[in-house]
Design a protein around this ligand. Sequence first.
Ligand SMILES: Nc1ncnc2c1ncn2[C@@H]1O[C@H](COP(=O)(O)OP(=O)(O)O)[C@@H](O)[C@H]1O
Ligand SMILES: [Mg+2]
Length: 102
Amino acid sequence: MGESPNVIGFRFLKTYTNYVLMGLEFAKHGTLLDLTKILKKTKKPLKDEQCSQIMKSILLGLKHIHRNNYVHRDLKPSNIVIADIKDFSKIKLVDFGLAVKY
Ligand SMILES: Nc1ncnc2c1ncn2[C@@H]1O[C@H](COP(=O)(O)OP(=O)(O)O)[C@@H](O)[C@H]1O
Ligand SMILES: [Mg+2]
């Protein structure tokens, strides 16, 4: 699968006797679940444009996966990460543990 701004970047895979180490691009601003908790605490809702940018990023990420004939099967706020809190066009899908090829 090629890279997409809305799917976490794969960096390397290393196999050892008892485990496999997978290196991924790091999204330093946490998950969408973390963000919802912070917003609830601070009582500061997102702006409409921010919400639509988040939705657009998620859908573009899904479109990329589906174009490559994969289904994620575990889409939820804890599997959506934020690379840059000031730019929701960089929201990325993670956790392909349940994904399958069709
Ligand atoms: N690339 C990443 N950048 C930043 N945080 C990540 C990244 N991948 C995973 N995480 C964090 O680690 C948590 C667990 O990773 P995940 O791949 O969802 O595994 P699982 O849910 O199967 O334990 C995520 O909910 C998120 O908080
Ligand atoms: Mg997960």
